[in-house]
Design a protein around this ligand. Structure first.
Ligand SMILES: *Cc1c(COP(=O)(O)O)cnc(C)c1O
Length: 379
């Protein structure tokens, strides 16, 4: 039934072997930098590839500071702590989401509240956010109090799904009006631009992931980006066991975390960062091929939203219904073309089943219809 789609993907990747959803490409200085780490013995928590990668990340995203971490989840955890999220606080995020931000919220002993996404972006809907806050909260002493639970809604973590920017400027405005700390989960959107600004730079803090399946990889890794000098310093301190710098003494002034990116991973990341522009051009070319193809058949291709330039991390198509979607997943995966459905809604996972939710019409609609298709950089 979907032979034409399978053919197109096989032709595009010039193979009939297994085609993964997203595999990394190492075509630059990766081996050279990694060898340098081994030759100099600086493979772990000390070494200058971390500084170099952080500098390059800040420059690339147009922020003042970047703090490299062990992964995107630890970057989210630290960002929530920096946002003052503590036990019994509540944090708003989108229901249609990868589980990482909800896990990080739970590490802080806080509770997530799930709000709907926009159909055009698959990211947090500013109108749904506004509606929820207007109907359910009161501002008392510059804190946003949830009327139902009497708890403080401390932070909001919107996400740029599959690299497509959400309407982050509107979200920022709403958060500001309600004294809510904004952390942007830009884990998937390195290289994605919204209204001429890099995603992750609208919130007080932005988080990026360099997991193996992302646009570029450090093997595992993440970072926090910010323009705030104080927050950047605190992020560095918290991710490096809160050690007070000294020539020899071991002094730690608070409970810290061992979340610093090792030099080995930073070496890989630096080499990958040198190729990011080529990778994104390549991915946008692929998106064009897909867009043209799908416009000729009866399947909808998800295009970058208005005012955005997307990195097209993962290309998405939208089926008419769940049955057609499941047929497609079955046929492609049994023909060595890897495809995956969008995430299960967070409120449907056992650990978040009791969480408070807004209206989730769009999340439920997209949740049954969206499928990701192979999106790796083609050599
Ligand atoms: C990948 C990802 C993360 C987490 O990153 P890790 O580096 O895997 O911990 C967080 N949020 C989103 C949306 C992601 O896609």
């Amino acid at each position: 039934m979907f032979k034409n789609v399978i053919n197109l993907i096989q032709e595009t990747y010039k193979t009939k072997n297994h085609i993964p959803l997203h595999e990394p490409q190492f075509i630059g200085n990766e081996k050279k930098y990694l060898n340098d780490c081994i030759d100099t013995t600086f493979v772990s928590s000390v070494g200058n590839y971390v500084d170099k990668a952080e500098e390059k990340l800040a420059k690339y995203t147009g922020t003042k500071y970047a703090v490299a971490t062990t992964n995107g989840t630890s970057a989210l955890h630290i960002s929530l702590i920096l946002g003052g999220v503590e036990q019994n606080n509540e944090v708003i995020t989108q229901s249609l989401n990868f589980v990482a931000s909800c896990n990080a919220i739970s590490y802080c002993n806080a509770k997530p509240i799930f709000i709907d996404v926009d159909k055009e972006t698959m990211g947090l809907s500013p109108s749904a956010l506004k509606l929820f806050l207007e109907n359910n909260t009161t501002i008392i002493n510059k804190q946003c109090i949830n009327n139902k639970t009497n708890k403080v809604i401390k932070a909001c973590v919107p996400m740029h799904s599959y690299g497509h920017p959400c309407r982050i400027d509107k979200i920022k405005e709403i958060c500001k009006q309600h004294y809510i700390f904004l952390i942007e989960d830009a884990a998937e959107s390195l290289g994605s631009i919204y209204k001429d600004k890099h995603t992750g730079t609208f919130g007080k803090l932005g988080v990026i992931s360099f997991n193996g399946n992302k646009t570029i990889t450090a093997g595992g890794g993440g970072c926090i980006i910010t323009d705030d000098k104080f927050l950047a310093k605190r992020a560095k301190h918290l991710t490096t066991t809160a050690k007070v710098p000294h020539k020899w003494d071991f002094n730690h002034d608070m409970i810290g975390y061992n979340y610093r990116m090792p030099n080995l991973n930073a070496a890989l990341l630096l080499a990958q960062l040198e190729k990011i522009n080529d990778f994104i051009d390549n991915k946008r070319d692929l998106a064009n091929i897909y867009e043209t193809f799908f416009s000729s058949i009866d399947i909808k291709f998800f295009k970058e939203p208005k005012d955005s330039k997307s990195n097209y991390w993962l290309n998405s198509i939208i089926f008419k219904n769940k049955q057609q979607r499941d047929q497609f997943l079955e046929e492609t995966n049994s023909n060595k073309v890897m495809t995956r459905p969008i995430w299960t809604l967070m409120n449907k996972l056992p650990m978040f089943k009791d969480a408070e939710c807004g209206e989730l019409t769009n999340s439920e609609w997209l949740g049954e219809r969206v499928v990701n298709i192979p999106s790796s950089v083609r050599l």
